[in-house]
Ligand binder design. Structure first.
Ligand code: ADP
Ligand code: MG
Ligand code: MG
Length: 212
């Protein structure tokens, strides 16, 4: 498959509206585990990105530059722990699509693997710590393995999303070992991690975007 810079912009606009829809749900999850702001945090970041998408990025042809701007804008708009985490993801992804106005299957696989590995490197969380890494690590492992075997990006991505979703669901019944919710200890059992949830929603939106 091929995606253009315009497609990237369209996908990011889908995220902007998806986050507005899921804002209350993400805050509700964070009320059980943290300070209740995850939906607001994500909304602040994506609203700032939306301004760029409508403004200086509207006619940008370089997929790399679009993703650099998305990462930097998220970082400067968001004060909470996810600011540098997602920002690193988009900035690492940007390198995989640098100077490209059109990207192919291999570029997209490289983009998403770099995105997820970037977040992991930045946050230093392990699977089982009850963070967005519980979604992103099984996702990138499955994507990488499946794309290596088939070179078919859409199906490899879909398999990655399923693996990530299972990881997201697994956060419900485990104790948090990273971030604000780790202060709750055993009391963190019983609620799904908000960051694992937003990470899944971002991936799922991309799957929906490329499947239409
Ligand atoms: P804050 O806790 O600063 O209010 P948010 O509520 O926006 O930040 O985001 C909380 C989410 O951040 C958590 O649900 C978790 O998934 C994620 N998170 C926190 N620390 C880390 C980390 N070191 N690595 C990966 N994800 C993390
Ligand atoms: Mg929070
Ligand atoms: Mg906060």
């Amino acid at each position: 498959m091929e995606l253009t810079a315009k497609d990237f912009i369209e996908y990011y606009k889908e995220i902007v509206s998806m986050i507005e829809k899921e804002k209350d749900y993400l805050c509700e999850l964070d009320r059980k585990l943290g300070d209740g702001d995850h939906g607001v945090t994500m909304s602040i970041g994506w609203q700032a990105i939306d301004e760029k998408l409508e403004g200086e990025l509207a006619s940008e042809e370089d997929c790399g530059k679009i993703n650099i701007s998305v990462g930097k804008t998220f970082l400067s708009a968001v004060g909470s722990s996810v600011g540098p985490l997602y920002a690193t993801g988009f900035l690492r992804g940007a390198k995989a699509v640098k100077n490209k106005s059109v990207v192919n299957d291999a570029d997209l696989a490289a983009f998403w693997i770099a995105f997820a590995k970037g977040v992991k490197e930045r946050g230093q969380a392990e699977v089982g710590d009850k963070t967005m890494i519980d979604t992103l690590e099984p996702f990138f492992i499955k994507l990488e393995e499946s794309f290596d075997a088939t070179a078919d990006f859409p199906s490899a991505f879909a398999e990655g999303v399923v693996a990530g979703e299972e990881g997201m669901k697994s956060t419900k019944d485990i104790v948090s070992k990273k971030g604000r919710s780790s202060r709750l200890g055993e009391r963190s059992i019983g609620a799904q991690d908000p960051g694992a949830t937003s990470a899944h929603l971002i991936l799922k939106s991309f799957q929906n975007f490329i499947e239409v």
